[in-house]
Structures are given as structure tokens and as C-alpha cells.
Design a protein around this ligand. Structure first.
Ligand code: ZN
Length: 93
């Protein structure tokens, strides 16, 4: 069982959330300049690290708000969360 700390509601069970993929993916500043391959890479290619990873989650069964969660993909340990784009906890790698 994974407990996710919603910034608004506090710690809740994973079953109340839906995963939204990698957090903090910047929209291209000049999307009209990208060719099809570059646009496809922006849309579909994400990091897939073993270790700490900033992820987007939405609290679907709670406040219905999005948040950023710092989770270790190898151990499922959660270091903390923030409102989208907010400060996430520092973790030792
Ligand atoms: Zn919530």
C-alpha cells in the first residue's frame, strides 16, 4: 500500500489517486518550430529512472486537485509532495 501526502488533504491511500506521469515537463517555448519527431518526443517520451522521480498525481476521490509527488520508483518510498510546481523535499541520492 502506498500512502500519498496530498498537499491539501494530508496523507491518503493510493487508491484515491490517479497517476499523471512525469511532473515538471516544460511546454516547448516555440512549439511551431518543432518537427513531427520533436513534437512526438515532447508528447510521448518521458524519463524512467530507477530512484527518485517527480510525478504528477490527481486526488480523484478527494479534493480532485493535482499535485507533484517525489517517489522512489525502486522502493515506492514517498519523500513528500507539493502543489504543482512547488518545492519538493531534498533527498539524498
Ligand atoms: Zn486532496
Amino acid at each position: 500500500m502506498l500512502l500519498i501526502p496530498c498537499p491539501w488533504c494530508g496523507e491518503r491511500d493510493e487508491s484515491e489517486f490517479c497517476y499523471g506521469g512525469q511532473a515538471r515537463v516544460s511546454y516547448p517555448p516555440d512549439p511551431w518550430e518543432l518537427d513531427d519527431a520533436e513534437w512526438a518526443e515532447f508528447l510521448f517520451v518521458r524519463d524512467n529512472p530507477k530512484g527518485w522521480f517527480a510525478e504528477r498525481w490527481v486526488h480523484t476521490s478527494g479534493c480532485r486537485r493535482w499535485c507533484d509527488v517525489l517517489r522512489d520508483t525502486a522502493t515506492n518510498r514517498v519523500a513528500g509532495s507539493s502543489r504543482p510546481g512547488g518545492a519538493l523535499p531534498e533527498v539524498a541520492v
